[in-house]
Each structure stands twice: as C-alpha cells, then as structure tokens.
Design a protein around this ligand. Sequence first.
Ligand code: NAP
Length: 297
Amino acid sequence: MAEIISGTAIRKEILSELKQEIQEMHEKHGIVPGLATILVGNNPASVSYVTLKAKTAKDIGCLEIQDNRPENISEQELLDIIRQYNDDPRIHGILVQLPLPRHINENKVLYAIDPDKDVDGFHPVNVGRMLIGGEVTGFLPCTPAGIQEMLVRSGTELSGAEVVVVGRSNIVGKPLSVLLAQKGRGGNATVTMVHTGTRNLAEHCRRADVLIVAAGRPGLVQADWIKPGATVIDVGVNRIGFNETTGKPILSGDVDFEAAEKIAGKITPVPGGVGPMTIAMLMKNTVLSAKRHLNLC
Ligand code: NAP
C-alpha cells in the first residue's frame, strides 16, 4: 500500500515554523507581517476561503486586515483600495479573492497589485521572475509551490526524475511544470506537460516517476496508468455529490484513489492532500515579503 502524503500534516509543520519566525521578527525588529485580504460580494465559497486565510494569518501572528466590499463596488473604487494597500507599510501581502463580479476586469485588478506584495504570485512580473528562476526571485504561485514543497518534504527524489503533469492551466499545470524543471532544490526533473491535445495520455502517465494530475476530471487516472512505486499527486477537487447527513459536498480527486494506492509508492488523498498546502504557501509568501521589507533576505 502506498505511503500517504498528508498535506494537513505538512501544513501544520510549516505554520508552526512560520509562527516561530514571526515571533522572532517581532522581538528583533518590532514588526509582524501584514496581510490584506479583499473580498467582493458574499459568494459562500469565497467567504469561506477568505475567512480561513484570515484566521490562519491571525493564528500565526500576522497583522490581518479582512476588507469585505459590496458586490456593486466599482472597478475604480477597488483599484483605489489596492493602491492604498500598495502604499501601506504595515501591509506586506495583498490578496484579492477570485472570482470577482462580472463588471470588474480581473486582470486589471490583479495587475494593480504591487508585484512586491503579490503573495498569490499571479502578477505577470512574478510569473516572469518564476520563469527566469535562479537569483531572480519573486513570489511563487501558492498551489504549485505547495506541491513542490510536499514533494520535497515527503522525500520524493526529483532530480533526474520523469515527471508528468496532467493539465496546463495558468494557476497549476503550467507554473508547476516550470518549477519542477528549474535547476536547484525541488527541481531538476524532466517534465512532460500533457493536456487534451495529447495523444496516448495513458502512455505518458505510465512512465512517470512522479505523476501530478490537475485536470478537474474525477477518476481520470486509473490504476493501470500508474508506474508501480510512483509518487502520485492528485490536485483535482471535484464535487461528486452531497452528504445528506452533514449537508457537505462529497469531494473526489482526479485519480481513482482506492485502486491507485495499491500501485503507487506515495499518494496524496483528496481532501487533505494538496488543498491545505495552498494556504500554508500563502502565509510563507507573506512572511517572505516582510523579511524582504526588512532586508533580511
Ligand atoms: P483548469 O483551468 O480547468 O485546467 C484543467 C487542465 O486539465 C487543462 O489544461 C485541460 O486541458 C486539462 N484536462 C482536462 N481534462 C483532461 C483530459 N481528459 N485529458 C487531459 N487533460 C485534461 O483547471 P485548474 O484550475 O488547473 O484546476 C485543476 C483541478 O485542480 C480542479 O479540480 C481544481 O479544483 C483543482 N485545484 C485545486 C487546488 C487546491 O487544492 N489548492 C488549487 C487549484 C486547482 P486543455 O488545456 O487542453 O483544456
């Protein structure tokens, strides 16, 4: 049976390290990292994501400003709010919860965030910095960075490994493929990125030492697509029904977990795998931003 890589346990480890760093930063320099989370409207999923991000930031000792705005806020008002946080020295990270209402241009809003406070890593300047790599460091996008961190902390060998990434989205597949191919810690892999235009998808997956699936298609990857002993990271979060007792959605990944855990060497569950890592990396980026502000790195 495969070893389970628990994102919940790794997140706990990372948050406890960050809490310690924040305490030391406060003692030595008299400041704590500041995170502003901006939520427009009251979409229930967005409210719950933002609340969790804000609570986590507070729990580890950050200054947290949860800025909730009405659905009918104008694009210009939102841009003005972002500029205020760009200029606020107490704030080191700005996060705008997506999606935004249709009358607001999402890219315009995301691109208004100062790249040096863009802790989500979505600004084109940070995407460019990630692509260049090496000494040029910005903020890495949270989900791909979280997956890389899980691989490193679970002792998965990446250098020289055949990695196959299913999916080429701008938030997961594409940046992750770049990160894992970069020279250095947590990289140096030979990466193949596959998508709906790929011929013989199963064949590509079968030769992966590390198979990462971010397609948003429940049960896409079957056990016979997995090389025995491979590490399987299931990024997919799909609602496949509702639990009538709890009233909560039933979630499934993109991998047939029960069959896959009999073949894989290591595997992530859904939920409790990649999901918890995203928030941990958001906090890591916020602390990193504060350290840069203090010229500590
Ligand atoms: P997305 O933008 O819909 O992209 C999905 C990608 O998968 C596309 O590149 C698509 O190919 C490819 N794909 C879909 N079906 C395929 C198939 N049958 N064969 C081969 N390739 C296929 O999705 P996303 O935003 O990257 O998210 C992917 C999944 O990860 C979703 O379930 C999402 O909920 C989850 N997710 C989880 C987290 C987290 O846990 N923190 C964060 C982000 C996303 P084409 O480009 O050819 O269409």
